[in-house]
Design a protein around this ligand. Structure first.
Ligand code: ATP
Ligand code: MG
Length: 549
């Protein structure tokens, strides 16, 4: 654990601009942009474009549903969960929950009953809307957490994958209600203290955490992201990322309404559906995680040809190596750009973005407006020399209010003067911020810090290596124990590359202290989250502990 830093130094880097963030409730903000025609289609079902809604229709449905939710007893401050794949009704329910002054609880449709139980417990979930095909795990978890059956509703929206029958009460009934207005406010205190969402972190390093975001944090995110999102052309966005997550929710739900940008929504990622939708609707923008870019790159030319209208791809959630960032551009429009965005749920969808200028590693060369960064070393001091590494800490109005119901963890996260610990190691050089890796993952080789992400990026750039993960392992005697990097490598062909070749390749590119002295192990696959985050907790628990036996 880092010692708490004294708040002495200046930020090392700031976003270029500072915008004023209005103190308003989220729905007033999202529906309040009069500069575009509210008869415009905002959300459309990528599988069935006849299911679409204009801003005016969205507003009407949200108001009816607010009435419906109030009629079943949803009150300000209640935690209301949507457990579902994406659908065009997801934004409607999301906005209606928030409009009641309640908090949206996001859960991953892939969660097991055990994970759901944990989530319901720490978020204090009171009501659940579940896609019928996912109700088994929800029922089990709800029983374990004593959520009464009459507070669980089938989220049977009419989308292709949402029609299975279940004995639960239908959500459709609640849409039939008379319209009611949303909870409105326009003062600083309400904006900053009214909870709008309890978002789950990805659970890469342990069980997911529940992160509390206020109306103000989301309004701030929308203000800050306006410039990077406004385009000189009519935007047609295709979203396949899961709406429960802090990366996708703003882009799928909030941004379309505030900026008047038509957004096609897929239930989840499917290569063929994505490519066909892209061609059919002339999609020009999307947001993905690195594995999706990899899937595009590996797809046949006839699939790639359907992606040629896409000009702008936001990629985030996990390190994006430069090889993939550069090569994947060939799948899209000639003048396309792939923007590597870095952020974390605790500080908003994104705080930094790196356009595809060629740097070997790192993200976030540019901070967004209203965003400040500083680098803090192991002694808690601000780093002032360029190139020196430390934990990057961020100050942004997008910041969360903390981990829900966990003041101890919140105190570790949010420091004095609202600086937030990211747990990521970075350095600052030539006006750019380079993200190295998670602090927890950094390998300490006799006092030198080695970032596994850097080694992984080099390894996958080898023409005979398909994928790789690097962790630190302890070697040496008790008095001389230290860490060295070990690589797990997936070769393109079994036996296609030797351990010596892999080690030499690293040495040909990097300093000697980064050598793979912990060995090279050949494996079939690397365990990863859907966002492409390497699940090192699994490698350690399953592979490393076996080798030690
Ligand atoms: P948990 O906190 O539950 O272990 P998580 O940190 O993976 O999970 P998220 O908030 O989804 O949860 O992800 C944020 C983290 O993802 C960042 O702290 C960073 O380590 C990593 N990350 C996100 N985008 C990028 C990027 N573009 N490049 C490198 N790392 C990234
Ligand atoms: Mg995290």
């Amino acid at each position: 654990m880092l010692p708490h830093t004294e708040d002495t130094g200046e930020p090392v880097m700031r976003g270029e601009k500072t915008h004023e963030i209005p103190f308003t409730d989220l729905l007033t903000w999202l529906f309040g942009n009069e500069t575009y025609d509210h008869n415009k289609t905002i959300y459309a079902d990528a599988l069935n474009p006849e299911r679409s809604m204009t801003t005016l229709e969205v507003e009407t449905k949200v108001k009816s549903l607010i009435g419906g939710l109030r009629s079943i007893g949803v009150q300000p401050g209640d935690a209301v969960c949507i457990h579902s794949f994406n659908d065009i009704m997801y934004p409607i329910l999301f906005l209606a929950i928030i409009g009641c002054g309640a908090a949206f609880v996001g859960t991953n449709p892939g969660y097991t009953a055990f994970e759901l139980e944990h989530h319901f417990k720490i978020s204090g979930t009171k009501f659940i809307f579940v896609q019928p095909s996912l109700s088994k795990n929800v029922n089990e978890a709800a029983q374990a957490t004593s959520i009464p059956r009459d507070r669980i509703f089938a989220f049977d929206t009419g989308g292709q994958q949402f029609n299975e029958q279940d004995e639960l009460r239908s959500f459709k009934e609640l849409l039939e209600h008379d319209k009611e207005d949303w909870l409105k406010f326009n003062d600083e205190h309400s904006a900053k203290t009214t909870l709008m969402g309890l978002f789950a972190s990805s659970g890469t390093t342990g069980l997911p955490k529940v992160i509390a975001l206020s109306h103000y944090a989301w309004v701030a995110g929308s203000v800050i992201l306006r410039e990077p999102l406004e385009r000189p052309y009519e935007v047609k966005r295709l979203m396949c990322l899961p709406s429960f997550h802090g990366f996708a929710a703003p882009l799928t739900i909030g941004v379309p309404l505030r900026l008047g940008q038509t957004t096609y929504i897929m239930p989840r990622f499917d290569l063929e559906v994505f490519a066909n939708s892209s061609a059919m609707y002339g999609i020009n923008e999307t947001a993905v995680a690195p594995p999706v870019l990899q899937a595009f790159l590996k797809s046949p030319p006839k699939t790639q040809n359907k992606l040629k209208t896409i000009k702008r791809i936001w990629c985030g959630g996990a390190p994006l190596n430069v090889k993939l960032q550069t090569e994947a551009r060939s799948c899209f429009a000639e003048d396309s750009e792939i923007v590597n965005i870095w952020g974390m749920t605790e500080i908003g969808i994104t705080v930094g973005m790196k356009y595809d200028d060629i740097d070997r590693t790192g993200a976030a060369s540019k901070l967004l407006a209203n965003t400040e960064a500083r680098i803090v070393n192991d002694f808690g001091a601000n780093v002032t020399h360029t190139g020196e590494q430390g934990e990057v800490q961020i100050r942004t109005p997008q910041c969360c209010s903390g981990y829900w119901g966990n003041s101890e963890a919140t105190e570790e996260l949010i420091l004095r003067n609202r600086w937030v610990r990211t747990g990521d190691v970075a350095y600052f050089k030539d006006g750019k911020l380079y993200i190295m890796d998670r602090k927890k993952e950094m390998i300490k080789v006799r006092g030198w810090q080695v970032a596994p992400a850097e080694l992984e990026a080099i390894l996958v750039s080898h023409p005979r290596i398909k994928d790789a993960a690097v962790i630190g392992i302890k070697v040496g005697t008790e008095d001389d124990e230290h860490e060295v990097p070990r690589a797990y490598v997936v070769p393109i062909e079994v036996g296609g590359i030797t351990e010596a070749e892999v080690k030499d390749f690293i040495l040909s590119k990097l300093s000697k202290y980064k050598a793979l002295d912990g060995g090279v192990y050949f494996v079939d696959t690397i365990p990863k989250s859907p966002a492409g985050k390497i699940l090192k907790k699994i490698i350690r628990a399953e592979w490393l502990s076996k080798e030690e036996q």
